[in-house]
Design a protein around this ligand. Sequence first.
Ligand SMILES: [Zn+2]
Length: 683
Amino acid sequence: MTQRKILVTSALPYANGSIHLGHMVEHIQTDIWVRFQKMRNHTCFYVCADDTHGTPVMLAAQKMGVKPEEMIEKVRQEHLADFTGFLIGYDNYYSTHSPENKAFSQGIYKALKANGKITVKTIEQLFDPEKQMFLPDRFVKGECPKCGAKDQYGDNCESCGTTYLPTELKNPYSAVSGAKPVLKSSEHYFFDLSSCEDFLREWTSGETVLSNGKKQAHLQPEALNKMKEWIDGGLQNWDISRDAPYFGFEIPDAENKYFYVWLDAPIGYFASFKNLCERLNLDANEWLKADSSAEMVHFIGKDILYFHALFWPATLKFSGYRTPTAVFAHGFLTVDGHKMSKSRGTFITAKSYLDEGLNPEWLRYYIAAKLNSKIEDIDLNLQDFISRVNSDLIGKYINIAARSAGFIKKRFSGCLKNVAGHSLIAHLQAKAEEIAQLYEEREYARALREIMLLADMVNEYTDANKPWELAKQDGADEKLHEVCSVLMNAFKILSVYLSPILPATANAVAAFLNIPALLWDDATRTLPENHKINDYNHLMKRVEQAQIDRLLEANKQSIQPAAVENKADFEPVAPVCSFDDFTKVDMRVGEVLSCEAVEGSNKLLKFQIDLGFEQRTIFSGIAQSYPEPEKLVGRKVIAVVNFAPRKMAKFGVSEGMLLSASSNGKLFLLNVEDGAEVGSKVG
Ligand SMILES: [Zn+2]
C-alpha cells in the first residue's frame, strides 16, 4: 500500500468562549479520520490552534482588566483540556498569536502585494468617538430601518430578518461605549478576489490525484454548487485590514493597520504545522510548497465555507503555496431536534459533560453513528443516545468479551486456540477493506452499521453455541475452547474496526488481549495457538438516565448569573431595556443641604439637594432606614432630575427622586465616591 502524507486540520475555535458539543462534532469527526489514517500506517499529522485575534478578544480582555495575551493563553489551555478530555489526538494545538503565524501572514501578504493582488481604497465606516475605534458591524446597534425593532445589530435584524448596512440603522449607538457613532473615513487594504475568478472556478470544481492514484474532489457536491452560485453572483474584493486599536498582526509598511482576523486564522494551520515540524525536525516546506505531493485537508463547519473554499485557496495560490487537497464541510448539531438552547440546558459545554462523569467515548460513538460525508445537520437525541450506547455499544460489542473471557481464564489458563480459517472469523476479516473505504470517505454511520451487523452475527454465534452451557457439559472442553477462542478473535477484529471511534477502549482491549496497539492490518491476523490473554476488566459502563438529567441541569445552572443562586429571595429581572431607554433617565450627583422628617408620615424624609445647576426639594420614602435624618447633611446622593414634579399627598411637591436599593423591605441610599462632583451626570 502506498504510504500517503496527510496534513489534517479542524477549524480553529475562537479564544472568547467555551468549547461546546457543537465544536466536538467537528473535532470528533476529524479525529476519527486521523486515527483511521494513522492505523493504516500513513504519515498523518493533525494540527489545530486557538483563533485569537480581533475586536471581541481585545474587548473581552479589556473588560477583565488583563492583557489579551494573558487571556488567550488561559483560554487555549482550557480548550485543549476539553478536547483532550474527549480523546482528540492533535499532534499540535497551537495559537494564531505566534511568531510562526506572524511570519507566514506577513510573508503571504507581501507575496500577494508583489503579485498585484492588494489594492487600497478609502472607505467610510462608523467610528466610536469615545473609545476612538472603528466599530465592527456587530458592535453597532440601533433601530431596524425596516421594522423599527430596537437594539438590533449593525448587519441584520433579529426581529424581521432584514439585512442592511450599519450606516442604515436608525438612532445608532456603539455597543462598546453607548456613544453615538460618527462616520469616519480610513484607508483599507483589499485582496483582489475578483481577479482570481478563473482560478477559483477551476479549483472549486477540480480534484487532486492522490499518491495512491485515487482522485479526491476538492469540494463536496453541495459545497461546489454553493461556490458556483457565489462566483456567478460576482466576487467582491475582500477587506483584509483593520485600523488600530486592534488585537492582531500589523500589516507591513502600513501604519496602524492590522490584518483582519480572518486573514491570519487559516494561515494559523500552517503556523501550527510549522511549529510541530520544528519540534520533530521535519521540513514544513516540503508539505506546504506549491508542488508538494502531501495532502492537506480541512474539516470545517458549513458556515465558514466562503473563507475556506474561496479566500483561502486564492490567497495560497497567489502567494506561491500549495492549495488544499480537500475541504470537508459538515452541518450543525441540534439537540432533541432544536437549536442548542441555554434555557433548555442543551447548550452543553464539553467541560460539563466531562465534569458530570459521562464517558467521552459514548459521545464519540453516537456522533459517529450520525455522521456521513454530506453537509447535513445532525441531531443529538438524548433518548436515542442512551439506547444506542446501552443496546449497541455495550449490549452488542462489549458484552462479547464479557461473556467469554472468564472461561478462557478459568478453564484454559488464559490460552487461546488458533481459529484461523473459521468461517465466522474469515467473514469478519473479509470486511476490512470495505469498512476502511467507508472511513476513508467519512461515511462513519455506514461503517458503524456494517460493524454492528458483524457484531450481530457474533452474538448469534454465541447464542447458537451457548458457552455457558458447554461449560457445564462433560467432554465439551474442546468445543468450549474453540467457541471462546472464536469469540476473542471476533472481539479483536471488531475492536480494530471501532478503534478510530473508541481509542481508549481499543487501548484497553489491546492490553487485555496482550497485544500491541491495534493497527488496521490486525483485523486480518488471527491470534496464534496458545496466545495468552490477560484478566478481563470491565471495559465500559452503561449510561444512566440520571446522568443525562444532571447534565442538562448543570448546563441550565451555568447560565444563571453567579450572584443569583437563591432566586426566590430576589426580584425577577425586568424585561430588556435598551440603552436608549436608559439614557432617557437623567441622573446627577447631588449633595444633601438639609434633611428632615415629615410630620404625619413615617416613611418620608424631605431633602434640599444641591445639584450644582440648581437646588431642589426632593421627598424620599427612606425614613425607616434613617432615624436621624440630620446626619445625612453633606452626604452625596444620586438623583433623577428629569421626572415631572410629583405631588406627595399633602406634604408638598417632589422635584426628583433619590436612588436607593431595596433590601429586606428597607431602602438604603447609594453612595457616591469622592471625586464625583455635584451636578455630574450618572450613567
Ligand atoms: Zn427589523
